[in-house]
Design a protein around this ligand. Structure first.
Ligand SMILES: C[S@@+](CC[C@H](N)C(=O)[O-])C[C@H]1O[C@@H](n2cnc3c(N)ncnc32)[C@H](O)[C@@H]1O
Length: 317
């Protein structure tokens, strides 16, 4: 069962992004405790287990039950269940999850933000403007509020703010006006995509005119930035001295939050961690060619200092 070889598994049709870079950044050793807070298809999760060996332990979290299936992180958990735990929770509940297991801290934490390929590709999840489905976009389907509910409850101004802030969409006002003037308001992905295409007035744009609106709605429905802030706030409490955290983001707002939090903890008279990456690590041209969804990914990593302030950081990156 155990092999020291690092395998990149193409589980559940999701190709892990910045795979070797993220695993190298964590530099896990035999016997370590690690957590993968976005287990998804289990590609990174499997690699973490390989790294900590038979005496180590890995906690995996994912708020989408799809990730808990046998062809995803759930299958990896079954295979290595003596050394793994898998919980169906948002990573804002990381501290609670560690305390439930009686773990005082972890030596490595991986967070691979964004959506998995099955979330994007399954039309009934409502994430994609490329195929028709209900306007849903919930990562956790036990959550009540869907993307449709957000559009229905929010005012025109609130919708415009969401699309502008989370989607960087400069034509947010006219899109929001079209959404709120439509009767009924859009309840399917293609309905919304078509409405955005017509109302935004983009012609010959390189990306689909609805790209930024869909991204913004998804971030709002899943409260993705609030989740990330919770995780960043928890890092000092959950990382053991010398422990490392690696975060892969796909959106400039997320990367800015990670960069700010990492820089803040590395500055001043009493820094709590050391930056492993002054500049983010980005995918190679080959990786982008093989997996276009890796295009906007950025990896940043830190190493926790010991309380005396001495660093265990090795020149690894
Ligand atoms: C990009 S995929 C991770 C892929 C994974 N690294 C792999 O190797 O297959 C992101 C996953 O994180 C999950 N996710 C996103 N935000 C989350 C959150 N706040 N709490 C828990 N899971 C989250 C999504 O449901 C999705 O399955």
């Amino acid at each position: 069962m155990w092999s020291s070889e690092l395998r990149l598994t193409r589980t559940f049709e999701h190709i892990p992004v910045l795979f070797h870079e993220a695993i190298d950044a964590l530099a896990l050793r035999d016997g370590n405790c690690a957590v993968d807070v976005t287990a998804g298809g289990g590609g990174h999760f499997r690699a973490l287990i390989t790294q900590v060996g038979e005496t180590g332990k890995v906690l995996a979290m994912d708020r989408d039950l799809r990730a808990h299936a046998d062809d995803a992180a759930g299958g990896v958990h079954k295979e290595f269940s003596r050394n793994t735990h898998l919980v169906h929770r948002p990573f804002s509940q990381l501290k609670q999850s560690l305390s439930d297991l009686g773990w005082s801290g972890v030596d490595g934490l991986l967070c691979d933000l964004g959506v998995s390929s099955p979330q994007l590709d399954q039309d009934d999840r409502g994430f994609s403007f490329k195929q028709d489905g209900p306007l849903d976009m919930r990562m956790d389907q036990s959550q009540e509020r869907t993307a449709y509910d957000v559009l229905e409850a929010a005012s025109q101004e609130e919708i415009a703010d969401i699309i502008f802030k989370y989607g960087d969409e400069h034509r947010s006002r006219r899109i929001a006006r079209a959404i709120k003037s439509a009767w009924p308001i859009p309840d399917s992905t293609l309905f919304l995509a078509d409405l955005v295409r017509k109302s935004s007035g983009y012609h010959n744009s390189r990306v689909h005119p609805a790209t930024r609106t869909f991204q913004a709605l998804r971030i709002a429905v899943n409260e993705e930035l609030q989740e990330l802030q919770h995780l960043l706030d928890a890092l000092p409490d959950v990382l053991n001295p010398g422990g490392r955290a690696a975060i892969i983001s796909f959106h400039s707002l997320e990367d800015r939050m990670v960069k700010r939090a990492f820089n803040a903890g590395a500055r001043g008279k009493n820094p709590i961690w050391q930056l492993q990456t002054k500049k983010p690590i980005t995918p190679s041209e080959q990786e982008i060619y093989d997996n276009p969804r890796a295009r906007s990914s950025k990896l940043r990593a830190i190493t926790m200092l010991s309380p005396e302030g001495s660093s265990t950081l090795e020149e690894s990156l």
